[in-house]
Design a protein around this ligand. Sequence first.
Ligand SMILES: C[S@@+](CC[C@H](N)C(=O)[O-])C[C@H]1O[C@@H](n2cnc3c(N)ncnc32)[C@H](O)[C@@H]1O
Length: 215
Amino acid sequence: MDLEVYERHMSDARVGQLQQLHAITGEQLCEYSPRAIGVLGVAGGNGFDLIDPQTTDAVFGYDVNADYLDACEARYRDGLGNRLHLIEACVDRLLRIERVDLLIANLVIEYVGVEEFASFAGANAGSIGVLSCVIQRNGAAGFVSSTAYTSSFDILASVSSDIEPEMLESAMLGAAFVAVSRCEYPLPNGKTLIRQDFRPSSGAQSNDAAGHAPP
Ligand SMILES: C[S@@+](CC[C@H](N)C(=O)[O-])C[C@H]1O[C@@H](n2cnc3c(N)ncnc32)[C@H](O)[C@@H]1O
């Protein structure tokens, strides 16, 4: 889907998600003051305007969609310079990321799947300081809220699945990550964004693709 259509839908007053995710990204950055930042499902770089180049060494953005990464590049290369690294990749248990102080995963776990995401996290535990995730609770509305652009989201809705915060917490525990905080952000359309932060439990190391720690 075209990034413009996606962003117009997500920022529609009835959806309000883009703006809320922007504010949450600001909170994530502010709380952890990371020098190295990773963003999974980076899309057009929502919130990258809030990254302070003076206090940041590296920003790694991962996404399966090369067009979205191109848009992100066009928007933020000037401001972030050679700190910005955009990587076309599918988040799954085989992906190995660069070491980051803060890894942000806002509204991407629904597409990756909870178990796959937890396997990814377990395999990369040694490279993650803190992992801050946002999932959405749909309430009465479907996964995709109703706007003039809704029909473009049919494919997206078909590949995403609803996630309960308890489900994510338990899968992350299995990957040796402990929950450190949780907060909720109600949206105008009755949905709720839920932010959950996790840290690798002490001594957690990268696991192999099957989730087994090295000998
Ligand atoms: C809802 S958007 C993310 C919103 C964005 N994080 C924000 O804060 O505004 C989901 C993004 O995840 C990407 N995506 C979906 N599945 C993915 C996967 N398995 N690996 C990497 N990126 C994925 C999509 O291309 C899209 O850019």
